[in-house]
Design a protein around this ligand. Structure first.
Ligand SMILES: [Zn+2]
Length: 58
């Protein structure tokens, strides 16, 4: 059985996911997590940019 590169669990099928900019073969659970985290990172980045833009204008 293939082993997830992230959590080390044995799973029936691995899926490709991007973790910290690296492509890895992970289980579906980890792929979901990675997707969520990259969305959160992208969202918080835009919030940061908004805050900085707001500060810059004052
Ligand atoms: Zn996993």
């Amino acid at each position: 059985m293939p082993v997830c590169k992230k959590c080390g669990d044995e799973v029936e099928e691995l899926v490709a996911a991007t973790l910290d900019g690296k492509k890895l073969r992970v289980c579906e659970q980890c792929a979901d997590l990675a997707r969520e985290q990259s969305e959160i990172a992208a969202a918080s980045e835009s919030v940061m940019q908004q805050m900085m833009g707001f500060k810059g204008r004052r």
